[in-house]
Design a binder for this molecule. Structure first.
Ligand code: FES
Length: 80
């Protein structure tokens, strides 16, 4: 499913980008700007930003909890 039609960002691509950013720095928030920069794309209209922000938050929480990325460390406040 395409989440951003201007930059053609698919759901699986977004998940891979979020996973890479979390692996790189688990305590830094995954923002829309970081995702676009990681994918090497520039947003155009930003109509997708509410949807992408929500998806990034859901995917981040899912990856951190399922894959036990923090390994017993404090869970960041944004995920509580
Ligand atoms: S739909 Fe994502 S930048 Fe336009």
């Amino acid at each position: 499913m395409i989440l951003c039609s201007c930059c053609v960002i698919r759901q699986d691509e977004l998940r891979a980008a979020v996973r890479a950013l979390i692996t790189e720095n688990p305590k830094a928030p995954v923002t829309l700007n970081r995702v676009y920069r990681h994918l090497g794309r520039k947003p155009d209209c930003m109509d997708c930003s509410p949807l992408l922000t929500r998806r990034i938050s859901m995917i981040s929480a899912d990856i951190i909890v399922r894959e036990d990325i923090l390994r017993g460390q404090d869970i960041p406040r944004r995920l509580k």
